[in-house]
Write a protein of this length. Sequence first.
Length: 630
Amino acid sequence: MGEKIIGIDLGTTNSVVSVVVGGEPIVIQNQEGNRITPSVVSWTKEKEILVGEPAKRRAILDPLNTVYESKRFIGRKFSEVRDIIGRVSYKVVEDDKGDAVFDIPNAGKLVRPEEVGAHILRKLKEAAESYLGEKIQKAVITVPAYFNERQRQATKMAGKLAGLEVVRVLNEPTAAALAYGLDKKENAKILVYDFGGGTFDVSILEGGDGVIEVKATAGDSFLGGANIDERIMEWLIEEFKKETGIDLRNDKTALQRLKDAAEQAKKELSFKMETEISLPFITIDPATKQPLHLQKKLTRARLEQMIEDIIDRTLEIVKKALADANLKPEEIDDVVLVGGSTRIPLVQQKIKEFFGKEPHKGVNPDEVVAIGAAIQGSILSGEKKDILLIDVTPLSLGIETYGGAMTVLIPRNTPIPVRKCETFTTVSDFQTEVEIKVYQGESPIAKENKLLGTFRLTGIPPAPRGVPQIEVCFDIDADGILHVTAKDKATGKEQSITVQPSSGLTEEEVKKMLEEYEKHKDEYERKKKLIELKNQLDQIIYPIEKLLKESPDKFTEEERKELEKLVVESRKVIETSTDLNEVEKKLEEARQLATKYAEKLYRATQGGKDNNNNKGSEGGEGPIDAKPVD
C-alpha cells in the first residue's frame, strides 16, 4: 500500500480535507476544531498571514487586506472578471500577463489567486499531518466540472505552491458520486446537483459493479450562493438608500458587513420563515455627523422572489445535461445535492417538482466532495482497488482541415483519459510542411471555435498531394489536460504541443459556444454537409484536371472540351457556392463523367499514386494544409 493521499475540496466559500483510514473516509478537523475551513486569507500589518476562521473575522476590520472567493479569479484573465471585481471589498487588478491578481497593501506585492489557494491548501495539509501523525505530500484536489484547462492548471499550481503533488484534479460532481457510493449500486443513474458558493455544476453519472461513468456534464462557474448573497446585499443597499439617501456601495467596511449579514440571513431563512438583519453604526450621516443604523426584516417569501430566477437558471443547465445524456427527468434514480446553497428550501422544492421525487439527503452537502476526493486518493494509492472511475471532457476537440472545416478527433462528453489518432495527407503537390491548428468547440467551421494552439510539422519529403501520411494524435490525461502530436509516417519526424494554461477556454466562452451550437444546430449541419460535398467534388475533379494538363492526348478534342468545362464549372462551385443543391447537382454530374471516362482515367493513372480514397474534410491553402485519409 502506497503513502496516504488526502482529498481536498478547495471551495469558493469553504474548503474541506478528508482522508481514508481503514477503508473509511474521515473528514479532518482544522486547527480551530472545525470540519469546514472558510476559504479566506488575510494579511496583517505585522506581515502575518491568517487563514480560515481567523482571517474571516478580520474581513470587516480590514477589508482591503482580506481575500475571500478567490476561486472565482483563479486561472482567469482580468478581462474575464470585470463584471465581478466590484462585488468584492479588496482590489483586483491586471498584472503584466493580463491575469486577474489582488493588490494587497499589507502583503507589499500583487498576490495571485494561486497563492491564496496555496495558503488554504497548506492549512488543510498541516491539519491532515497533525491528525495522521505523518508527512503528507500527495493530494487529490477537486474542481468544478466546467473548469477549463487554464483553471485546472492554476489549481495544480496552487497545490504545488502548498508543497503538494496534485496526483489528480477531480471534477466535483464525480467526487460526490464516489462519496454517494454509486459504484456499489446496481446500474443506477444519478444526477449530481452541485450548487456551491461560487459555481454551479451538474453531472449525470451511471454506476454499478465497481464502475462509475460520467454520461454528461454542464455548468456555469459564475453562478453560486455568492449571487444569492449579492441579491440580499443589493436589496439592503437600496432599502437603506431609500430611507437615508446614502449609497453604501462606496464604503468598503460597510460592504463587508453587509455581505456577512446577507450570508447569515440566507442561512437563517433555510430553517426560519423570517429573520431580522441588524447592523448598528453602519455609517455616518455626512450632514448631521450622526451614526446611522440599518435594521430590516426579511421573510423567506421575499427572499424566494429575489432569487427564483437564479434557481431557474440552474434548472436550465440541468435540462441541457439531460439532453446530452439522452435522458428524461423520470429516468434519474436519485438526485444528489452538493454545496451549501442546496440547503435553501426553494432549491429543494424546485428539484422535487422537476424530477418528481425528493432529492437524496444522505450525505452532508458541505463534506461530500472532499470525501469523494479522499476515496479517489485511496484508489490512486492502492488502498482501494475495486472502483473504476470514467470521467468526460466537456467540449469537442479537433483540428482545422481542408475547406476550413473542424475535423473532430474527440467529441464532447467522451470518457477520459483518452487517446485518438487519425491520419491526414497534404492538399498541394510537393508540400513539405503542414500547419496543425487545434480547436475546441461544437461548430463544424473551425474558425467559429476556440483556437487552443498552433504548431508546424516540417521536413515532409516532397511528394504529389495525397501521398504523404501524417498521423495526428490527441491525448487527454485524467486531469483533462490536452496533448497533441503530429508525425510524418515516412520519416518518423514528430512535433507536439501541450495546451498551455494561457490558451484555455473561458467559462463564458464555453457557455456561449454551447448556446450558439444549440441555437444554430441545423445551420451548422448544413455548413458541414456543404464542406463534405465540396471536398468530394474536389477529389473527383483533381485527377481529371491533372490528366488534362499532363496527358491531353489521352482524350479526343470533344472529350477534352467536355472535361475542361466540368473542371471550370466545378472549381467555381467549390470556391463560391453556398447552395447545397447546386453542389450536389455538380457532384452528380462529375461522378457520371468520371464513370464515363473511368477506363481512360484508370489507364492514365496506373503506375502513379492515385489517392482517390482520401476522404475530404479539411486542409486548405494555409489554415491547415492537411486532409484526412482512409
